[in-house]
Design a protein around this ligand. Structure first.
Ligand SMILES: Nc1ncnc2c1ncn2[C@@H]1O[C@H](COP(=O)(O)OP(=O)(O)OP(=O)(O)O)[C@@H](O)[C@H]1O
Length: 246
């Protein structure tokens, strides 16, 4: 893992984090600690609370109880945009894309944040093209987002997230709709991203999870059922029973 010299190793910590929907505890007393430079997967059956958990981390869903710390600072009450400013980017299932804008414009909207001065259009264009190329969408800048195949819309979301130069990039089911070949390219991309960012990945594709993750957190019924390396998780009888189905 690429821990930044001099920086504390814990990037994100949740303490007793919970979210209720009426009587349902979608996320229940979750203590999650993510280290800098990690690729962490969050897995679990449908309805386990994965999306609700990351929704709270990025500020899209309010917590019912508990606390979230990012780089040691309490972010529990912060608005989503303020979390983006601190370096938390979340790509979530297509909705972050402006369908009637081109791929270039979608990425440029995110990339313009962080440019040092006005009048940096050439610089902006370079940054956007570089980011599109990174995710495998080189040369697609003029294409309308709505006309991209579903899998490529997911890649465009990743490009939007990357353009924000995040410290923590949260990917929600990024390989959904990608071909086998595209998945191989995507895994290489995530490894490259992890060289200078931390990745929190919700993913149902087990080969991808086992191949990419440094550590895996398994959720079930809103709680953390297990945590460990891919080898530890694969060998855990409780996880096998609850989720892996073997
Ligand atoms: N806005 C909401 N209102 C009511 N219940 C909700 C809401 N959002 C989520 N839930 C419920 O909370 C539980 C956790 O949902 P969540 O989407 O976080 O699970 P998940 O692990 O991401 O599932 P999946 O893998 O299917 O995406 C589910 O029972 C779901 O029905």
């Amino acid at each position: 893992m690429a821990a930044v010299t001099g920086a504390p190793s814990v990037l994100l910590a949740t303490r007793g984090l919970g979210r209720r929907f009426g009587g349902l505890r979608a996320v229940d007393a979750v203590d999650l600690t993510v280290e800098r430079g990690e690729i962490r997967a969050v897995i679990g059956p449908n309805g386990a609370g994965k999306t609700t958990l990351v929704g709270m981390i990025c500020g899209r869903i309010a917590a019912s109880e508990g606390q979230m710390l990012f780089e040691g600072e309490d972010i529990t009450g912060l608005r989503p945009w303020s979390r983006v400013e601190r370096g938390i980017a979340y790509t979530f299932q297509i909705t972050s894309i402006f369908q009637n804008l081109t791929c270039f414009d979608n990425v440029a909207l995110a990339a313009q944040r962080g440019l040092p001065c006005r009048g940096g259009e050439a610089e902006l264009a370079q940054k956007v093209e570089r980011t599109l190329a990174r995710v495998g969408l080189a040369g697609r800048g003029t294409v309308l987002a709505s006309t991209l195949p579903y899998g490529h819309q997911r890649l465009l979301e990743v490009a939007i997230g990357l353009a924000l130069a995040p410290k923590l990039l949260i990917l929600d089911e990024p390989t959904q709709g990608l071909s086998e070949e595209e998945i191989v390219g995507f895994c290489a991309l995530v490894r490259e991203i992890a060289a200078d960012a931390t990745v929190l990945l919700i993913e149902h594709n087990m080969p991808v999870v086992m191949d990419l993750s440094h550590r895996i957190t398994v959720m079930d019924n809103g709680r953390i059922l297990a945590e460990g390396t891919p080898e530890e998780i694969q060998a855990n009888p409780e996880v096998r029973r609850a989720y892996l189905g073997t």
